[in-house]
Design a protein around this ligand. Sequence first.
Ligand code: HEC
Ligand code: HEC
Ligand code: HEC
Ligand code: HEC
Ligand code: HEC
Ligand code: HEC
Ligand code: HEC
Length: 447
Amino acid sequence: MGRMKWLIGASFVTVLGAWLIALYGCGGGGGPIRPLAQLPPREAVYVGSEECARCHRPQHGIWKQTFHARMIRPVNEPGVLMAPVLDRLAGLTVVFTMGSHFRQRFIFLEGGEYWVAKGQYLKATNDASSISPTKDKKWESCMPCHTIGYDPERTPPNKFAEISIGCEACHGPGSVHVASPSRTNIVNPAKLPPKLSSHLCGRCHNRYTSVAGVEGVKFFLPGMDLEQQMQAEGIQMAPGLWTDVEGSALPISIKHRQQFFDWKQSNHANANIGCLQCHFVHKAPEDGDPRPLEERREGMCLSCHDRFADPAKRQAHTHHAPPPNGPTCAHCHMPAVASSGTKLDYAKGTDWDIHSHTFQFIPPALTQRTLKSGAKEGDVVPNSCMAGGCHNPNALYQPRWALNNSDHLQEAQGIVEQWYPALKKAPVFVLHRGFRFFVPWNTPYSD
Ligand code: HEC
Ligand code: HEC
Ligand code: HEC
Ligand code: HEC
Ligand code: HEC
Ligand code: HEC
Ligand code: HEC
């Protein structure tokens, strides 16, 4: 548990630091003690990522390769369009595109306001048929999460300081730091406690009830407590969840950008393992995949769960061959269950694209609980065996069960219960008509 020891050490230092600050105070003689958790200076304003590049070339270079930097781009920039679909928007003044890998949406100017055009291009199915030259909603509703420095008071159309997820989304407004660079006037998320650095990511990687046409937290700075701010703004989390045949909500996300909601329910959150313990935003992508992740899947999980580095222990736990011929930790513990640009459709050869962050194994019996008569693949909750392209007809490894077949699900469930007897008793959170119950997942349905 090499890294875990370090983490426990770090949280001890944090606690010690907080204790020292409490003991000696901050307003005193300007000694060496600085608060480890900090907010940007009050008077700071946004300057834009290009300013930061002057002094932080390496970080800027890597950021440029990530999806964060590519989120919104001018539509006339070469190579930006995922498909030549602009003729479907003829007559509109299209200015920006949103999205670079799952799907793409289009922003146009009309009457001094930015608008999101109806429909989107879906990459997995190469489908642009939903796009039409009409208004969907004001682009303002997307700004809290897709731009920097969103300010509802600013005059339209530019109610933001910068498009995309620039440096200051995670480091806070930088004008004071740029004028006089120091470690005390810019936020370094690594110095925040894991809860607050996860709040910084969760500010965008989350779903909320919307207020006056804007979804997302309006006012947030890195270092702030997200949940306190949500309370202050009168908004709540409003996740999209799978439901079972009785209409009860299962604790499994169905919509994209719910990583924070998922993570909050997990034992990783309880153990202070936050987004930054698994995602390394300034490490160069190694496999050409511009996700801010160090090593996807195995190496990263094993850096803490190192008992599974022993092949015998791993085999005893997974009952499968090690990767690449068998499942990774993430296949079972982070199956793709939610949709951004695609969902499961065997005929089209598509699968879910967003991964569960509750880290819970999802048993085949949960799929059964959601099997309504006549359900199509995309209508039933995926389980860990089938999601991620393992046990389905387009399988990577030994196809055996088709998702929609109740007998095969039963068989799969039997095997899983033999391997993991504790699962039989494991309860699952079920949200039923607004109330939360613990219901064993294998409880048969009642009328
Ligand atoms: C004029 C040069 C300059 C510019 C422009 C600049 N920085 Fe810095 N930055 C520095 C220096 C120098 C340090 C290290 C200070 C030290 O060691 O005391 C630093 C440190 C940092 C740190 C580390 C803080 C810590 O606590 O470890 C971060 C994060 C950072 N800068 C982000 C930014 C961002 C974001 C921008 C753009 C808004 C930016 N910088 C613009 C010079 C600059
Ligand atoms: C998605 C959030 C995010 C964005 C966007 C982002 N950073 Fe960071 N940055 C972090 C985190 C988290 C850390 C601390 C962990 C690390 O170093 O990877 C960090 C650390 C840093 C540091 C300190 C490095 C050190 O060695 O201590 C600098 C400097 C920095 N970032 C500059 C930038 C600049 C410049 C940009 C824009 C070009 C940028 N960051 C964009 C999240 C972000
Ligand atoms: C200001 C909003 C914002 C903040 C803050 C933010 N993100 Fe993001 N993030 C986004 C958006 C929007 C995208 C989608 C970019 C795209 O697909 O083009 C994204 C994409 C990502 C992706 C890649 C998604 C994929 O499809 O592979 C990862 C991983 C990620 N963010 C992690 C983080 C982490 C970790 C943090 C905190 C350090 C963070 N983000 C902070 C808005 C944000
Ligand atoms: C609460 C924050 C938030 C709001 C509000 C929001 N988004 Fe996003 N969006 C994200 C995050 C985070 C991601 C990436 C992570 C994911 O998809 O799971 C994303 C992903 C996307 C993608 C996919 C990008 C790709 O590369 O495939 C598109 C397109 C998109 N958003 C468009 C919009 C539009 C249009 C609006 C407004 C109508 C909007 N979003 C509102 C946070 C938000
Ligand atoms: C225990 C490690 C771990 C933690 C904690 C974690 N992630 Fe992830 N995350 C991953 C892995 C691994 C993947 C890639 C899964 C895959 O592609 O198989 C991923 C994928 C993502 C993606 C890409 C879209 C998707 O869902 O596939 C986003 C965005 C993301 N994480 C955001 C976050 C945010 C925000 C947090 C904190 C609230 C967080 N993650 C916490 C391990 C983690
Ligand atoms: C930075 C350290 C760290 C990393 C990286 C990490 N974990 Fe964990 N994980 C923990 C800690 C600490 C716990 C809580 C104590 C325990 O159960 O061992 C935990 C718990 C778990 C649990 C038990 C959850 C429960 O509900 O009881 C699972 C499953 C898990 N991790 C899977 C993963 C997977 C899969 C990855 C890689 C995607 C991963 N972890 C990455 C530290 C980590
Ligand atoms: C074939 C699916 C599968 C794979 C692959 C898998 N797990 Fe698990 N894991 C499970 C199931 C099912 C449980 C729940 C067992 C229970 O409740 O008794 C579990 C439980 C856990 C737990 C909590 C209980 C414990 O033993 O501490 C941790 C931590 C964990 N897994 C980590 C990992 C890591 C790390 C990897 C990758 C090396 C991994 N798992 C690979 C299916 C899998």
